[in-house]
Design a protein around this ligand. Structure first.
Ligand code: PCA
Length: 215
């Protein structure tokens, strides 16, 4: 039997930082693989909100469309950087709310708006969040469930990804994991404690996502 596909996205750098560990982790994961899964780093998404041309949403739709139709075992996991996280955060929920603390990479600040006008208040992740966390911790990498993906691009892309999934335009199993900043990024911002080296991030993601092949 062929392995299920694991589609991974990261995000481009934002907020004045030259790097984004989510894109780096996605790239390394595709190279080293995840046991039992056929891993594809399908996009480094622009940190641009909304649904217009150049947005993260459009980029996600375009990269997924190359792989449709999806099989039952296929998985989409979007990764993003969290400034606050000091361990991996597997997100439980995406809320229908955009409220940007900083401008996105198109220079747009959204004060208060829905992700999808008239859409559901929130969507739950379609991944077994607690099992993923346990698998990462079992591999020695700190990881916890999170009920708050923020109100910026990461929350927004999870909301869109789940809507696409419900419409059959993304795999049935969709989720989001926030990764901490790299030690050098966090040190520059005077918060060296909220960070994780890339190899530890990758090791934790590899263990967590490996759970999806052998639940
Ligand atoms: N993190 C941001 C957007 C892009 C990223 O990597 C967030 O947490 O919303």
């Amino acid at each position: 039997m062929p392995h299920p596909h694991l589609f991974i996205t990261g995000f481009a750098p934002f907020g004045g930082s030259p790097v984004n560990p989510s894109a780096q982790a996605a790239e390394v994961l595709a190279r080293v693989g995840v046991p039992g899964m056929d891993v594809h780093h399908i996009a480094t998404l622009p940190v641009v909100g909304g649904t217009g041309s150049g947005s993260a949403c459009r980029a996600l739709i375009a990269s997924l469309s190359e792989w449709a139709p999806f099989s039952d075992g296929d998985v989409l996991v979007c990764l993003g950087e969290s400034m606050r996280a000091d361990c991996l955060h597997v997100e439980r929920v995406a809320v229908n709310r955009r409220s940007y603390r900083i401008a996105d990479n198109a220079g747009t600040v959204v004060e208060e708006a829905p992700v999808v006008a008239g859409g559901a208040i929130a969507h739950f992740s379609a991944l077994p969040v607690d099992d993923l966390c346990e698998a990462a911790r079992h591999a020695g990498v700190p990881c916890q469930p999170s009920g708050d993906a923020g109100t910026f691009l990461c929350n927004e892309i999870l909301y869109h990804a789940l809507e696409l999934s419900h419409a059959g335009r993304a795999p049935r199993r969709v989720g989001f994991i926030h990764v901490p900043q790299l030690p050098e990024q966090a040190a520059q911002q005077g918060r060296p404690e909220s960070s994780m080296p890339l190899d530890e991030t990758v090791r934790g993601l590899r263990a967590a996502l490996g759970f999806l092949a052998n639940p």
